[in-house]
Design a protein around this ligand. Structure first.
Ligand code: SF4
Ligand code: SF4
Length: 306
């Protein structure tokens, strides 16, 4: 049955691999002794290694941002591939309601559940990247998790103060899973409160359409000139109408370590206050974009901002 799925419907096969791992892996845990799982749902999308968007990222984010072919070729030098032979498999793990509810009540530092997701939920996400790559390898498709390769790095960027050689959010955007908001988070069908992952594989899978007219179409601020609720949610004043100040945000995350250690008694950190208590927390707040996604059509382009 699983083999048939792999051959006949690779979309469903990959989705099955991920859902099965979420349902059965002991690594899917909050690690608080309660048996509570970190994740219960996933969105999966696919992008071609030959999609021109990867080159656009190089031009927009910086030359250091890898295309799928660049990172795959570095780490699988024995495989002869062209960009066309590669598919980027991207997924979104939406935060569960109980985790969002808890963090919505926070005003300065994260709720315990949110901080646990940042540490143990992400540990699961790392295991999931390895698992997906291993499942592909087992049936003959070379695969790598680009976030986990030895030379993945955070790089200083003139435009963004710093950026990385592979971004899970940018991979998810390429794979049709969402667009960026004022706070820099990726707004998906299940909202902005989520974590993302990806694997690049030598496999041909039909790309997921990108049902958006531009890279900010799901954010009310850019689409309709309204909202800005994430500005008020940020305890570090790191979000303004000009966007997200990564350095202020990073400093707040550093401060959160002491709070998490002293309050919750484990080594962790986090914040994510801008991801909850906002219209994009668990849905696409732009009605026309939501409808377009439901009906598989592109929404009209946004009006110019005043
Ligand atoms: S809270 Fe509003 S302005 Fe901020 S990212 Fe979400 S939709 Fe955009
Ligand atoms: S921008 Fe950073 S500091 Fe501000 S709410 Fe979001 S995660 Fe927290």
């Amino acid at each position: 049955m699983v083999k048939e799925l792999e051959l006949l419907n690779p979309h469903k096969w990959i989705q099955h691999i991920i859902q099965d791992f979420i349902a059965t892996s002991p690594k899917n845990t909050m690690d608080d002794g309660s048996g509570e799982a970190a994740w219960d749902d996933v969105l999966v999308g696919f992008a071609s290694g030959a999609d021109p968007i990867w080159q656009q990222y190089k031009e927009y984010v910086g030359a250091f941002h890898w295309t799928p072919w660049e990172v795959f070729s570095q780490h699988r030098p024995g495989e002869t591939v062209s960009p066309n032979d590669l598919t980027v498999i991207s997924w979104i793990l939406p935060q569960r309601r109980i985790v969002r509810d808890a963090n919505r009540r926070s005003r300065t530092y994260p709720a315990e559940r949110w901080a646990r997701i940042r540490v143990y939920g992400e540990a699961f996400n790392i295991a999931l990247r390895h698992h997906v790559a291993q499942c592909l390898e087992e049936v003959g498709h070379a695969a790598i998790p680009p976030m986990l390769v030895s030379n993945w790095a955070i790089v200083k960027s003139e435009r963004f103060s710093y950026a990385s050689s592979w971004s899970e959010r940018h991979a998810a955007h390429a794979a049709g899973l969402g667009t960026f908001g004022l706070s820099d988070g990726l707004i998906t069908e299940k909202g902005k409160a989520m974590r993302a992952g990806s694997v690049i594989a030598k496999i041909s899978i039909e790309p997921t359409p990108r049902p958006y007219a531009d890279h900010q179409a799901y954010c009310l601020f850019f689409a309709e000139g309204t909202c800005g609720k994430c500005i008020d949610r940020c305890p570090a004043r790191a979000i303004t109408e000009a966007g997200h100040d990564k350095e202020k945000c990073r400093q707040h995350l550093v401060r959160s370590r002491k709070y998490v250690q002293e309050t919750y008694k484990f080594e962790g950190y986090g914040c994510g206050l801008c991801q909850v208590g906002v219209p994009c927390e668990a849905m696409i707040p732009v009605k026309s974009a939501r409808k377009a996604l439901e009906h598989g059509k592109l929404p009209p382009p946004p009006p110019p901002l005043a």
